[in-house]
Design a binder for this molecule. Structure first.
Ligand SMILES: NC(=O)c1ccc[n+]([C@@H]2O[C@H](COP(=O)([O-])OP(=O)(O)OC[C@H]3O[C@@H](n4cnc5c(N)ncnc54)[C@H](OP(=O)(O)O)[C@@H]3O)[C@@H](O)[C@H]2O)c1
Length: 243
């Protein structure tokens, strides 16, 4: 209950001050030694304890849902489309929360879904996991650095996943959208973004006609996707806004 993180976080959430946390901690401890293992595993000597069940977060809840869904014998495709995209300013500490939430939704969300569903999918005769990255996985948008980083990570995770699952019935397909007119970052009416219907028509047609494709790349995303190999990366990056 000390240190700079409390001060930093005060901008984001003024509630957990050092003195308020001390009062709450004393209430929870109810006279127990703060170093007792169940009170504070970080401080305790854990040698000799029996195995502990650690409730690490929402992944366990997701797993319950997955087990329930897996009871439906027809489940053979999982699409990891959930995502958020928000601007960040690394000079403003409040953006750190945006960065953390973005990693949780876009990257951890995808990874948790794969862990939850892959065992069931591998029992199916034919199955697929669709990940959704972005052209920004290949050239980052400076305005959304963590968003872009999560999409690069989703690309990398999917590449490794495809190789791990190569001996199973599960195909791994990466959908790589360009800017599309959705509510993601309020770009429903942005002229430069691709109309949603056009994107869906082209993407679905690629899925039909190239069933073994690793990546679904509509024409409009190709300048970003191939910027590195085309030698245009520096120029494309310099054109993307930071603010
Ligand atoms: N549109 C683009 O320009 C573009 C470009 C490249 C990649 N993509 C990717 O395409 C995917 C779909 O985005 P979109 O354009 O369709 O945006 P969208 O209209 O904003 O849809 C995003 C969806 O993600 C869900 N979601 C967000 N956080 C979630 C969470 N923590 N748990 C569960 N669901 C969550 C939202 O649910 P609620 O509505 O309930 O919040 C919403 O249904 C995203 O992964 C995005 O990064 C989009």
């Amino acid at each position: 209950m000390s240190g700079s993180s409390l001060v930093d976080k005060a901008q984001v959430d003024p509630a957990p001050t050092s003195s308020a946390l001390s009062v709450r901690a004393r209430g929870h401890l109810a006279g127990t030694d703060p170093a007792a293992p169940y009170a504070s595993p970080a401080l305790a000597d854990l040698r000799g304890l029996p195995p502990l069940l650690i409730q690490a977060g929402s992944a366990e809840i997701l797993l319950d849902d997955a087990v329930r869904l897996a009871a439906h014998p027809g489940l053979d495709v999982v699409v990891n489309a959930a995502g958020i995209m928000l601007p960040e300013d690394v000079l403003d500490g409040r953006s750190l929360k945006v960065a953390e939430d973005t990693i949780a939704a876009n990257l951890l969300g995808t990874i948790r879904m794969v862990y939850a569903f892959a065992p069931h999918l591998a029992t199916r005769e034919q199955a697929a996991i669709l990940t959704v990255s972005s052209g920004l996985a290949f050239v980052p948008l400076p305005l959304t650095p963590t968003y872009s980083a999560t999409k690069a990570a989703v690309h990398s995770f999917g590449e490794a996943l495809r190789v791990q699952l190569a001996g199973t019935s599960v195909q791994v397909i990466e959908l790589v959208p360009p800017a599309v007119r959705t509510t993601l970052m309020n770009q429903e009416n942005v002229e430069a973004a691709m109309p949603l219907d056009d994107f869906l028509t082209e993407a679905m047609s690629l899925l039909w006609t190239r069933p073994d494709a690793h990546e679904i790349l509509v024409e409009k995303v190709q300048p970003l996707r191939y910027a590195v190999s085309d030698g245009t990366y520096d120029r494309v990056l310099s054109l993307l806004p930071a603010r």
